[in-house]
Write a protein that binds this ligand. Sequence first.
Ligand code: BGC
Length: 761
Amino acid sequence: MEHFQSQSDLNVLKDSKLDGGEAYRNPKLPVFDRVEDLLNRMTLYEKIGQMTQLDITMINTTGEQKDVALDPVKAREMVLEHHIGSFLNGEAVPARTWFEYMRQLTRIAVEETRLGIPVIYGIDHIHGASYLEGATIFPQSINIGASFNPEHARYTGLVTAIEVADLGHHWIFTPILDLGVQPLWPRLWETYGEDPHLAGTMGAAYVDGLQNCEETAPRKLAATGKHFLGYSDPRSGWDRTPAQLSMQQIHEFHRPSFQKAVDAGLRTIMTNSGEINGVPVVASHDILTKLLRDQMGFEGVVVTDWEDIGKLVNFHYTAENFKKATYDAVMAGVDMSMTPLHLDFNSSLLELVEEGHIPEQRIDESVRRILTLKFELGLFENPYPSGDRFECIGSSDHRRKALEAARESIVLLKNDRNTLPASEPRRIGLFGMSADSKRNLCGGWTLSWQGGREAEYPDDMLTIYSALKAEYPQAEIILHGPEDIPNQKSASDAEMADFVKMLNGMNMLVYAGGEEPYCEFAGNITDLRLPGNQTDELKLLSGSESPLILVLVQGRPRLITDIVDDIDAIIFAGLPGLEGATAIANVISGKVNPSGRMPVSYPMSPNHYLPYNHKRSNLYFVDPQKANQIVQGGAAASPFPFGHGLGYTTFEYSELKLSDRSISRNRHLTARVTLTNTGQVEGMESVLWFTSTRTGRITRPVKELRHFEKISLKPGESATLEFVLSAEMLAYPDENGKLIPASGSCDIMTGNLKESFRIDL
Ligand code: BGC
């Protein structure tokens, strides 16, 4: 212990007489004054403790993630001797277990330490309270993006807050504001999709729902925008591998989603563990200070991702030892290190300050931010968890919200000859690895990091099989395992004929395929095609006379180009969560008219990574689908581009009118369009407004989403929608983030309509 005390620390300790009436304990004083008072009382090592976040396994009884049981001896050592201010992690356990654990940990921090600073607990409740047994599990973010309805992002945050605020989970490691632009990337499903405006709007709505939830008062929560920034666009498509991005690209594409969340009051940011242009982000002053603080105006806490400082030594090899790595990260702008399995950060930082390499003012800067967060969340007044709201965990109201989100997130990609909806099928043949699986519907970060085991999911959660039975109580639904599908290479002709005869006896074949859960590097792949022999199985089923419906339960767009023409209807279900099976069955039966839209451009083939807003560069390509002809394409070659999605009614866009033929700095432009439901059933339409500036000083994306709105219309009903465009919205950043005003001609597009106007400088 002596080893960790500096001379100035001993002076602070000698001078400090606490009588309980200290200014920092007075809730009537402004947060700023309380922070300064507290900071002045702290020893250097106490401050460094606040900058450290340790994993649950450092203080639980067995050292296993699942073990949410405090070992008081270990916890006391970390909190009393090393003043650790934050812990993270765990897995899904009952509310009472979390409550008891947090109560004991809080008591040690609040009642046994000299200054009584409460700990802040960080946790991966990624899509709802996904690390709490019995909680409401929302669809993953890729589905929320597909819903094009920010209310679902807001409710995901709000319901998470209500279900966990009382348990002492103050710090939620969501939303993921990375862009889903690399289809191989194993975390694509954690994003809201490929578009900066969509991702930012959803992220800001989540932050609002989680951080401003009045129902949990006086308790407040902090969201985490992650992973700052450029993490999602690695060249190889693998997790935490190098990205090459110019600063101009960063400002134009990767910054806006974070900026929107920062402007919405985002309290914390987690760093990208990877590197950009050879510089690990956790050691980049340009990214963590110049960009994030100076340009984006972020004032909250920056925490590293898992072991990021250690990774500078043993993964990126930019630092020779942990002490140098600590120097690099702290001087780059890190406030808190998710160290998380040892105390090297503390000892290194102490030495760095004592030796004069890092000024104590730099430490104060970070500790001020961390204490401000703790005061603003009300932790000093309400440090203890309470058991008041257990009954609302997984309540029917909350689950209805998850169901509504799932329903709006299902995308109907293809529907030949109106195969769907299927109103009265009598016999349904059901196939595929997701047909009777709960875990596949939820994906990673559900119950545990890589997704829970099947038996751990709630008994009352439906699979696609049980949901179809509930949807069609009169029908016979025959579930086939992989062993029921004959191997085309070894099966005899008679076996094959029997199988096809059996298929022909069905009114409908449903193949629920896609991916099994994975997370981070465990989801790295080298081949984007559907895994296993799903493509072959689908080919075989498509030989039958019965209509074939493919349901893709997956976290990224696995290639279906080879079979797309053979399948009658295709549903992109993404990872729709706890209520996902009901949502899928509702869409198949027509009880729900699908309204999801693709939040990413579905690639046509391996290496076809073109988001819809790509730059005009690659206009011609050799199309394997068209006898290798050279065709004009770009993103148009996507079989299901960003924004694509069918429904059971038809919408007509008409009378697109602009208030003016030009826009200038002082004159906004209002665009109006009439939308009519021209079909037979009620439906929801996501109205997407794009612009396309024809020329620019820097090459411009072919088109950009500027605004979206979701509206429900009855058959025959019309509505006029409008959106106000300003010249600022059309400006674009240079490599320093300085905005270049757009000029010249510009198109505005919605539905199948287009109008042009000029931008006057
Ligand atoms: C992930 C983060 C997560 C953290 C804590 C990391 O490996 O990249 O997204 O929040 O672990 O579990």
